[in-house]
Structures are given as structure tokens and as C-alpha cells.
Ligand binder design. Structure first.
Ligand code: BGC
Length: 716
């Protein structure tokens, strides 16, 4: 994309085009004229801006004015691993390859803006949209999202990084006001946006539904005018979330450029007729509209949508091509996290003639078509059962039994929840109690059958977890327990099959306390896209050595998470982020909370030994260089995590006054990471850039299994 001088020129050209437009034409360009597009100006060859969700692939087509799926076969598309899965790879190359697939497919489907990635911080494990987000850590989020955006934008399609900002819960998401001190806002919740908009050069950004400091984010002076434009000098296009605008004057005077919504009264949107009237009456100056239109025209020029050579210069993209499926597979492989592997139960031996039983609905279930606006019409989706059968072939008997029954409804054809998404504050928490009681008897029977059958099999693999009835837009979980009485089922199965492998699929962590001590081998997979089942089978049978690491803490219970323990979650009218900067592992490491599996955890089928970690700092930045040997018997990748750690800071007691947290620093923070691939016996060197300023207070470097720590002085 253009450098600063190039952009200034482009803006001049956009300005001279904008002066040729009538007020009505300009108004048409700054609000939704259909559910996913604005109005073009035909007489000047200005096309509408066409948008689409979302992070896991280009969404199905809807009729322009109704939430009715167009149907037909042309909008099946590549279903990519969700952003949490991508984050679990900790692999920048895969982030950019996955982004590139999304960009190519968006262009291939004729889109101008793809409404992705979602980069909100995972403040609580209960947020229903966590599967669309990367991590609880701002640095990891920013690093991967920047690569993802650069991948998208190679294709003359704009990324739209969302939701700006502090959109960390679904409950009452249209109205909740976030109460947070500015220091925590800037240290935890804004850095990934800053990185995506400045270094990543995301051409657009979507405002959030919620409120911050008394203003709705989509029309916020503080966020959009002061921070985004003035402080960060951001010149891209700001799009509202669908229905996120609430006032004509505030929206017009803010730096929002395009108002979108879910209703079909397009002409009545705040930035449609009401704004035209206000300009005509003189209560809002027309120059405010001109600025918005100029930015939209400049974006169109950057995407080669206008400017005379659009037919020859603009990339055409492609969708459903084999290479895209290959990328989906490669990302899925690296996203799977081996949580536990006692007695080397895994990998299973694919050569040994055996019969295998898969228990659990997720062995068969497709996840692509749920979750809210991230839903996909996947070209195909390989389930775990299919993936295992495909890998083992016809000589091994692979059977399936349901084991538990979910209450998740398959989405009805042609009906979409989004039409009503502005009702009841936009979202709520879930009532688990009601659900489980009604099905208790049926579930007990399913359990009994599965346990009886399992006894007859040499190998039993449990495949359960969550689905998009739980990981969903507009809905927060009420706790982290496994739904559908899966705890009872897993426990009963482990009684008869103590070597059973447990595979959990989901978009956010679940409680495992009821059975984790008894389960020797546990694999975690986020929603891993169309090839998720293939990748899972490859990991189970050792064709792929797992290298995924958790991009978030897996708590024993949500109650241990600082958002719940210290702050509030989920708030209704207001939600107070009293925990400040102590989000996720920053809190756990400082105050001694022991999670089930910590941030960064993930095992391999081989072992690595770290040697000679050296810290070097120069004008250009600081680096850690480390020598690593694969001491095991399998080739594999090791993720090297570098943390900045405060010297001699033992675990601290929680201060009596929560406000004291404001004066404290976390004992450990992620400062760098990189992945190295090594064959058995091979030794390699990795150089990792360390985030932040060159540190003069570094006292030393320590390495342990899995991570390197740069030890700094308490005062630094
Ligand atoms: C979501 C956005 C999405 C938009 C358009 C809203 O409900 O919050 O993330 O891009 O709908 O579908």
C-alpha cells in the first residue's frame, strides 16, 4: 500500500472527486444502503463498498435487504481455523498465510472489505465470542493479527479490525458501559489495535457496540477523534458495528465514516436522511460529510476500485482453490494443543490392527455453520470421525457412539438471528440449569450405552467439548463446566477404560477438574476449520507432532479469573474492570493462582533442551539468541517463549484495597516468541526479537523447559 507521500496524493485526488458529488450522493456513501453495502454513484463510476463477515472465511450471501440467505451453490467457501486456533499456532507465517487465503477468497467473492480479524482481549473465559479472538495477551494478539491483516490486504481487499474497543462481553453488549482506568485501557486493550492500524496498516476498523467513558464506541470523541485520528494519525475508514450508532449529530461529529445496521429502513439510519436534513438546516457542517467521503474514496483508490485502471490493476482473487484448503490444514495441524500425555499414551499406533470406538457428539458434529456473524457455509468440513477413518483406511474398524446429547439446534434454513440482534440489549448470559434438567434421563441412558460398549474396545477416544450453542455471538456462558453432563460421561468411561484419550473441541476453556487426574492423555482443539478432523487424526496417530500452545489461561474455574475474582463479569448497565492490567496470566503469576493449564502450555511427542540463551541489545532493538536441541526421537517444532520477569518477586498477596493494584506491576510478561523445527538429535539456533525499548536493567537470562526469562530489576 501507499507510503505517506503516496497517500497524501491519493487524498488530494479523492478530495477533487468528492467536490463533484451532491449532498445526496455523499450521504449515500456513508451509510448502509443494503445490509452489507453502501450506495455507489453510478454517473461518476463510483461503485458501492461491498462488505462481508468474517474471520473464519467469507460468509454466505444474503439478500440485499433481508436476512435471508440467497442459497444456491456459489457461496460455499474455504472454512478456516478460528482466530483462537490461529493464536494457538503462535506462528506468524501461518497467520499471514491464513489472512492471505481470507483476502483472496473475499476478493474472489467480489468483496471490498472483509470484517476481520476480531482482536478483542479475552478478559474472561466466559465471553461468547472468544473463539473469534486471539488471546488474553496484547502482544501475541498484535503480532499475529498484523500478519493476518497484511495477508488479507495483498489482495486489494481491506481488512476491518474489530471491535474497537473493550468489547469483551456479549451480555447487554449494545448498552454496557465499560469502567476502566486509562492506564489499563492503554496497556492491555488498545495495543493490538494500535499495532494493527499502524504497523499492520489495516485499511478499516469497526467500532464496538458497548460504551466507554460515557460514549458509544461507534460515535466516541475520545476513541475515534482524540485517539485514533489525532494521537495515532489513523487515516483509514471507520465502520460502525451493525446497529452501533445511536445519534445523528454525535455520529456525524465523530470520526466514524460509515454507519451500518441490521434493519432494512436504510434511509432512516442516523447518517442517512436525518443527517442530510441536519446539514441542509445548517446544524451539522457539510465539511464533516466531505471528510468521511474523502476517506472512503481514498480507500477505494487504494483497493483499485476507482481511478480508471480498476479493470486491469485490481486483483481478482480466487476461492475454493486447493491451496487454500492446504493452508487451512497446515494451520489446523499447528493449532492442536497436547495438554497432557502420561505414560506416552499418545501417539496411537496406526499400524497395529485394532478396533477403535469414538464416543461423543463432537466426533461427528460440524461447527462451521454456527457462532453468529462468524458462521460459514463451508465447502466441506472433515469431522474427527471422518478424519480418523480417512487416515486409517478400511482395515481398522472405527465405530461411533453418541454418548451425550446436545440441545444445540441446527440453524433453520433461510432464518437468521441477526435480524433481531438489536433486541434485548443485543446479548445475554445463558441459563444452564433449565437445559440440563429437561434431558437428564435421556442422557443417563446414552451414558449407560456408551460405557457398556466401550468395554469391548481396545482403544477408546472421547471427542466432546463445546459447540456454537455455547461459543456464540450474543451469548456469554454462565460458567466453564462442560455442558450436557459430559463430566459424568468422561468419568464413567475412564472407570472402564483408564487409557482413554480425551479430545476436547471448543472456542474457550472448560473445567476439567472432575476427571483430569484420571485422564492420561488430553488434546485440545479450537474450531480448526474444514480440515480440523484431518489434522486431529494426524496428531492422534503421530503423523504430526503437536506444537500448539495455549494462547490463554485454562482456569480450574472461571471464578479464579481476575475479571471475576477482582473485577466484574458480565456487567449489565456497567462493567468494572477493577483488575486493571492484571488480566489472565499477569494476574495468576503475580498472585499465585494455579490454573489447570497455564498460558503458553502445550506438550510435544519429543523433548527439547535449551542452552546458552543470550540477551543482546543494540540501537536497532534487543534480541534473545538461544541454542536448542531436539533430544527426543521425533521431528518437531518448539515454540520458544520469552518473558520479562521481575527479579526476586515472589508470589504476592492480593492487596486488601483493589485500588492498590494500580501501583503494581505483573511479575511476568510475554516479550517475544519464535518457532524452530528440529529433527531428532538436531541442534539449532533461534533469534527472537524482544518487544519494547532496549532494556538497560537486564540482570540476566534464565531458561527452563518451555521458556526463557529475561530477568529485570524491580525498579525498571
Ligand atoms: C457483529 C460484527 C459483524 C456484523 C456484521 C455484528 O453483529 O458484532 O462483528 O461483523 O454484525 O454481520
Amino acid at each position: 500500500m501507499e507510503n505517506q507521500n503516496g497517500y497524501e496524493l491519493l487524498k488530494e485526488r479523492a478530495k477533487s472527486l468528492a467536490v463533484m458529488l451532491t449532498l445526496e450522493e455523499k450521504i449515500g456513501m456513508i451509510h448502509g444502503a443494503h445490509l452489507f453495502s453502501t450506495q455507489g454513484v453510478e454517473r461518476l463510476g463510483i461503485p458501492p463498498l461491498v462488505m462481508s463477515d468474517g474471520p473464519m472465511g467469507v460468509r454466505q450471501e444474503f439478500e440485499p435487504d433481508h436476512w435471508k440467505a440467497v442459497g444456491g451453490s456459489a457461496d460455499y467457501a474455504t472454512y478456516l481455523p478460528c482466530n483462537s486456533a490461529l493464536a494457538a499456532t503462535w506462528n506468524r507465517d501461518l497467520a499471514s498465510a491464513t489472512g492471505s487465503v481470507l483476502g483472496a477468497e473475499a476478493r474472489g467473492r467480489g468483496k471490498d472489505i472483509i470484517l476481520a480479524p476480531g482482536i478483542n482481549i479475552k478478559r474472561s473465559p466466559l465471553c461468547g465470542r472468544n473463539f473469534e479472538y486471539f488471546s488474553e495477551d496484547p502482544y501475541l494478539t498484535g503480532e499475529l493479527a498484523v500478519c493476518f491483516i497484511q495477508g488479507i490486504q495483498q489482495w486489494d481487499v481491506a481488512a476491518c479490525v474489530k471491535h474497537f474497543a473493550v468489547n469483551n462481553q456479549e451480555t447487554q453488549r449494545l448498552w454496557t458501559e465499560v469502567e476502566i482506568d486509562e492506564a489499563a485501557l492503554r496497556e492491555i486493550y488498545l495495543p493490538a489495535f494500535y499495532e494493527c492500524l499502524t504497523r499492520g496498516k489495516s485499511l478499516s476498523v469497526m467500532g464496538a457496540y458497548n460504551k466507554l467513558y460515557g460514549e458509544h464506541c461507534c460515535q466516541s470523541q475520545y476513541l475515534l477523534n482524540d485517539l485514533l485520528r489525532k494521537e495515532w494519525s489513523y487515516e483509514g475508514v471507520v465502520v460502525s458495528d451493525w446497529g452501533g450508532v445511536h445519534d445523528t449529530k454525535l455520529a456525524a461529529m465523530s470520526e466514524l465514516d460509515i454507519e451500518m445496521s441490521v434493519t432494512d429502513n436504510f434511509d432512516e439510519y442516523y447518517m442517512a436522511s436525518p443527517l442530510k436534513k441536519a446539514v441542509e438546516e445548517g446544524s451539522i457542517p457539510e465539511c464533516r460529510i466531505d471528510e468521511k467521503v474523502t476517506r472512503i474514496l481514498a480507500l477505494m483508490m487504494q483497493l483499485h476500485m476507482i481511478g480508471g485502471r480498476e479493470k486491469t490493476e485490481r486483483k481478482s482473487g480466487a476461492y475454493n482453490v486447493p491451496e487454500h484448503r492446504q493452508t487451512a490444514l497446515e494451520t489446523a495441524r499447528e493449532s492442536i494443543v497436547l495438554l497432557k500425555n502420561e505414560r506416552k499414551i499418545l501417539p496411537l499406533d496406526e499400524k497395529r490392527p485394532q478396533k477403535i470406538l469414538l464416543v461423543g457428539e463432537n466426533a461427528q458434529r460440524f461447527h462451521s455453520n454456527g457462532g453468529g456473524s462468524a458462521e460459514m457455509k463451508a465447502l466441506y468440513e472433515i469431522s474427527p470421525l471422518m478424519g480418523i477413518k480417512m487416515l486409517l483406511g478400511g482395515n481398522v474398524k472405527v465405530d461411533f457412539i453418541q454418548g451425550y446429547k446436545s440441545t444445540a439446534k441446527e440453524p433453520e434454513d433461510g432464518v437468521n438471528w441477526q435480524e433481531k440482534s438489536l433486541e434485548d440489549g443485543g446479548g445475554h448470559g445463558r441459563d444452564n440449569q433449565k437445559e440440563s434438567q429437561s434431558l437428564a434421563q435421556e442422557r443417563a441412558e446414552l451414558r449407560r450405552e456408551a460405557v457398556a460398549l466401550a468395554k469391548a474396545y481396545e482403544t477408546v477416544i472421547y471427542v466432546g467439548g463445546l459447540n456454537h450453542d455455547y461459543d456464540s455471538e450474543g451469548l456469554d456462558r454462565s460458567d466453564m463446566t462442560l455442558p450436557y453432563e459430559q463430566d459424568l460421561l468422561i468419568q464413567a468411561l475412564l472407570e472402564v477404560k483408564p487409557d482413554m484419550v480425551v479430545v476436547l473441541i471448543g472456542g474457550s476453556p472448560v473445567e476439567m477438574g472432575a476427571w483430569i487426574d484420571k485422564a492420561p492423555a488430553v488434546l485440545w482443539s479450537y474450531y480448526a476449520g474444514m480440515e480440523g478432523g484431518t489434522a486431529l487424526a494426524e496428531v492422534l496417530f503421530g503423523r504430526v507432532n503437536p506444537s500448539g500452545k495455549l494462547p490463554e489461561t485454562f482456569y480450574k474455574s472461571h471464578k479464579d479469573c481476575s475479571a471475576h475474582l477482582v473485577g466484574e463479569f458480565a456487567g449489565e448497565k456497567t462493567v468494572s474492570y477493577k483488575e486493571g492490567i492484571f488480566v489472565g496470566y499477569r494476574f495468576n503469576e503475580t498472585f499465585g493462582v494455579k490454573p489447570e493449564f497455564c498460558f503458553g502450555h502445550g506438550l510435544s511427542y519429543t523433548c527439547f533442551e535449551y542452552k546458552e540463551a543470550v540477551y543482546e541489545a543494540s540501537e536497532s532493538g534487543s534480541y534473545i539468541t538461544c541454542t536448542i536441541t531436539n533430544t527426543g526421537e521425533r521431528a518437531g517444532a518448539e515454540l520458544v517463549q520469552v518473558y520479562r520477569m521481575v527479579r526476586g518477586q515472589d508470589i504476592l498477596p492480593m492487596p486488601e484495597e483493589v485500588s492498590e493494584l494500580q501501583n503494581m506491576r505483573p511479575s511476568k510478561e510475554l516479550a517475544g516468541f519464535g518457532k524452530i523445527y528440529l529433527n531428532p538429535g538436531e541442534t539449532g539456533q533461534i533469534k527472537i526479537a524482544v518487544k519494547g525499548k532496549v532494556d538497560t536493567s537486564v540482570l540476566g537470562v534464565g531458561s527452563s523447559v518451555e521458556q526463557i526469562c529475561i530477568v529485570v530489576d524491580k525498579e525498571s
